[in-house]
Design a protein around this ligand. Structure first.
Ligand SMILES: Cc1cc2nc3c(=O)[nH]c(=O)nc-3n(C[C@H](O)[C@H](O)[C@H](O)COP(=O)(O)O)c2cc1C
Length: 297
C-alpha cells in the first residue's frame, strides 16, 4: 500500500488525465474492467465550468515517437459531470481524482468547491498547464499567478489539491515551489509540450486548433529532467508522467523523486498498459534494479 495524500493506493501507477476513458472502457470491456482495473487511482479528464465542444478537427498528428494532440478539452461541463459522469466513475474500484480547469480564479473556485463537496471524489487535480487553451497556460507558467490562484482556491477544496504543472515555462521548479507555498498537497507533471505540425499538402497548420501538445516517448527525458528539478525543490509528493511505456520508465521517475507515476499516451496503444507497467515495476523493485538502489541510498 502507498499512502498518497491520505489515499491508500495498491501500487504507484495511475492514468494521465484525458488519456483513458473509463466510462467508454467499461462499455467495451464490461465488468472485467473493474475486476482488473489498470490503475491504483483514476484521474478524470479535465472538466470546465461550462460545457466545451473542443477544437475543430483534425485533432491528432502522429509525430516520431509520440503524438501531438489538439483536443481542446471537450467535456459536459460541471453540471454534466456531476450528473452524468460522476455516478459512473464512482463505481470504479479505485479512488477518483477529478481534474478541473477554469479561465479565471472565480471559475476555478466554483469548480473546486463543487467537486470537493462530493464524497465520490477523493482528490482534485487542478490543470493549469493545458497548451490547448490559452488561459491555463498563462496561469501555470508564472509563479506569481499560480500562487494567487492556489491561495484563493485552496481553502475551498476540502480534498487533497494536486496542481498539474505545465512544462512550457522557463523554470518549472519555481512554479512548483509557488504551488507548494500556497498549500498545494501535491504537484503533477508533465503536461504536454507545446508543438505544431504543418499540413503535408500545404495550407498551414495541420491541427484544427493550430498548435497542440506533444506527448509520448518523445518527451520522456524532458519529463525526467523536469521531475528531478521539481523534486529537488519541493517536499510535497509528485505524480510524474511523460512518455511512460514500461516499468523501467516508471522506475526512473520514482528514482528521481516521484511518489506516483501516470501513464498517458501509452493507454491509446494498449488499454491494459497500466496493469502491465505496474507488474513490470513490481518485478524490477523485487529484483532490486540499479535505479531502485539509487533511490534507497
Ligand atoms: C489525447 C490527450 C488528451 C489529454 N487530455 C488532458 C486533459 O484533459 N487534462 C490534462 O490535465 N491533461 C491532459 N493530457 C495530458 C496527459 O495527461 C499527460 O500529462 C501528457 O500526455 C504526458 O504524458 P504521456 O507522455 O504519458 O502521454 C492529455 C494528453 C493526451 C495525449
Amino acid at each position: 500500500m502507498i499512502d498518497f495524500c491520505g489515499l491508500q493506493l495498491d501500487h504507484p501507477i495511475v492514468n494521465g488525465s484525458g488519456t483513458f476513458d473509463a466510462i467508454a472502457a467499461r462499455r467495451a470491456f464490461g465488468d472485467a474492467l473493474l475486476a482488473d482495473f489498470p490503475f491504483s487511482a483514476f484521474v478524470s479528464k479535465t472538466i470546465t465550468l461550462a460545457p466545451r465542444a473542443g477544437n475543430p478537427p483534425p485533432r491528432l498528428w502522429e509525430a516520431p515517437a509520440g503524438m501531438i494532440n489538439s483536443i481542446g478539452l471537450p467535456n459536459r461541463g460541471l453540471q454534466g459531470y456531476l450528473e452524468h459522469d460522476l455516478p459512473q466513475l464512482a463505481e470504479l474500484p479505485v479512488a477518483l481524482i477529478t481534474n478541473v480547469m477554469g479561465s479565471t480564479v472565480d471559475e476555478v473556485a466554483q469548480l473546486v468547491e463543487a467537486v470537493g463537496a462530493r464524497d465520490e471524489v477523493a482528490a482534485i487535480e487542478l490543470n493549469v498547464s493545458c497548451p490547448n487553451v490559452e488561459t491555463g497556460l498563462d496561469i501555470g507558467a508564472d509563479p506569481l499567478s499560480l500562487a494567487a490562484l492556489v491561495r484563493a482556491v485552496r481553502p475551498l477544496a476540502r480534498k487533497p489539491l494536486i496542481v498539474k504543472l505545465t512544462p512550457n515555462t522557463a523554470d518549472v521548479a519555481a512554479v512548483a515551489v509557488a504551488a507548494e507555498s500556497e498549500g498545494a498537497d501535491a504537484v503533477s507533471l508533465v503536461n504536454t509540450l507545446r508543438a505544431m505540425a504543418l499540413d503535408p499538402h500545404g495550407g498551414g497548420a495541420w491541427l484544427g486548433g493550430g498548435a497542440g501538445g506533444l506527448s509520448g516517448p518523445a518527451i520522456r527525458n524532458v519529463a525526467l529532467a523536469q521531475v528531478a528539478a521539481v523534486a529537488r525543490r519541493v517536499s510535497i509528493p509528485i505524480i510524474a508522467m511523460g512518455g511512460v511505456a514500461a516499468g523501467s520508465h516508471a522506475n526512473d521517475l520514482l528514482c528521481v523523486g516521484a511518489a506516483l507515476v501516470a501513464v498517458g499516451t501509452e493507454n491509446f496503444r494498449d488499454p491494459c498498459a497500466g496493469s502491465r507497467i505496474a507488474a513490470e515495476l513490481k518485478s524490477l523493485q523485487i529484483a532490486g534494479s540499479p535505479s531502485s538502489s539509487m533511490n534507497a541510498s
